[in-house]
Design a protein around this ligand. Sequence first.
Ligand SMILES: Cc1cc2nc3c(=O)[nH]c(=O)nc-3n(C[C@H](O)[C@H](O)[C@H](O)COP(=O)(O)OP(=O)(O)OC[C@H]3O[C@@H](n4cnc5c(N)ncnc54)[C@H](O)[C@@H]3O)c2cc1C
Length: 487
Amino acid sequence: MVVVVGAGATGLGVAWDLSLRGLAVTVIEQGDLAHGTSGRFHGLLHSGARYAVRDPNAARECIQENRILRRIAAGSIEAVGGYFVKTPASPDDYGEGWLSAMEATGIPVARVSREVLRAAVPELHPDVEGGYWVPDGVIHGFPLLFRLQKAIEAHGGSVRRHTRLLQVEAGSDGVRRVRVGSASGAEWLGCDALVNAAGPWAGEVSRLFDDRLPMRLSRGVMIIFAERKLAHVVNRLAPPGDGDILVPHDRVTIWGTTDEPTESAAAKPPRPSETRKLLALGRDLFPDMENWRALRAFCGVRPLYQPETAADSRHVTRDFTVIDHARRGGPAGVVSVVGGKWVTFRLMAEKAGDVVTSYLGGGAPSLTAETPLPPLREQAAERQREPWLCECEQAGEWDLAAWPGATLGEWRTRTWFSMGPCQGTFCVHRVANRRLTTANLAEVDAEEAALRSEREQGMQGALWGDNAREWALSQSVRRQTLGERTP
Ligand SMILES: Cc1cc2nc3c(=O)[nH]c(=O)nc-3n(C[C@H](O)[C@H](O)[C@H](O)COP(=O)(O)OP(=O)(O)OC[C@H]3O[C@@H](n4cnc5c(N)ncnc54)[C@H](O)[C@@H]3O)c2cc1C
């Protein structure tokens, strides 16, 4: 049995890789799927163009995986393409070096005139000077994680959510068993190999087997706007910095991000000062951005790995590292996989899977690059006939029924209900009513309060303009129409 810690993109990717190679795998996840950074990212299917100058290895991996994911994860990828845009503030000497780096890393690029650019992205500032097209895209992270879970389970593996790794027992012959805890208590699981794919918690997990990993965590803030404001990704043609990427993601648009060292693996909510600052950085690209209807702001924590010191986290590589702990004096059979990007999760999993299979003595090669992920569910005619429970995101009974017994929080990430412009004001109580068929009133009340508080936290990070008015409306509906007591 191989135990994988973490049900983010990396851990699920590793479990999928190993289960396709015929190994028995169990994933242990302390929260729900996407509890960590994989549910809190920018949504960009990197072409690698952003890293071409400073991090060419990471750039090559991005373009390779960008192509593979379009094949194996179709349906969870939007192949929208992206632009790198030159503004009057772009450093004059950057473009030339960037173009040479693009050639050296094999990332396709095409020059576009100012006129073509402005026709493709009318929201751009009239002063932009032109730019380049690159094969950027969009990743739909949540459904892709659920598809990975489905693929793992179809191959006999299991994903144990709300279960935390507590202890690792290893002897001279390597790792033997692990102790895990959940609401139903603690238990020991037999374990022939252990994979630490705990993202920002990888340092904490490595303490459990006495080979501490040097992680450098960095938080990034993003703002979600209520509409799909553009058809393509827009990047600033400049060295990576704060506020330089705008991603159209399904029905919304995500602007980001920032880069600030943090000690906390859990993502704390953005401070209003951070979001105001991030918003102001958009002015020279999108002059009207400050008037766009914001929906919410959120934050993610980058699980960067840093064996040597670097001046700041922007200079820590976005490449990934697979660590065979036996080679550094740690226990045999324990492998960590850290750093990297969402877009490179499959390659990270393949490399970690190679180390695990070689340790266990098997020779099966990785099959993930050629194996399409299963779809979540086929569309059905009844979906079209049902009234929506959540109008903003068009989720109805049919969508909820696909996840029987789910909590309100689980239905949110799986059906997308409450994620739209009203942020749950008009749908949470309707969906809570459906939840009463599988849970008691006290449980449903607690889930509803948790969901509303989570939605409010995100709204409060972007509380200006129409979003502030929406928030006031939401308070009014809850307290006056629905008669909720003020906390
Ligand atoms: C602001 C920001 C923007 C980003 N944008 C992009 C982007 O646009 N494109 C891109 O490709 N990449 C992007 N990234 C990077 C990408 O999101 C991450 O590299 C990736 O999601 C990391 O996935 P992971 O599985 O390694 O970690 P995580 O998703 O954090 O998964 C680790 C999991 O381990 C679990 N865990 C931890 N400890 C334990 C324990 N003791 N027991 C059980 N479970 C445990 C956690 O609950 C968590 O679910 C971004 C990152 C940030 C922060």
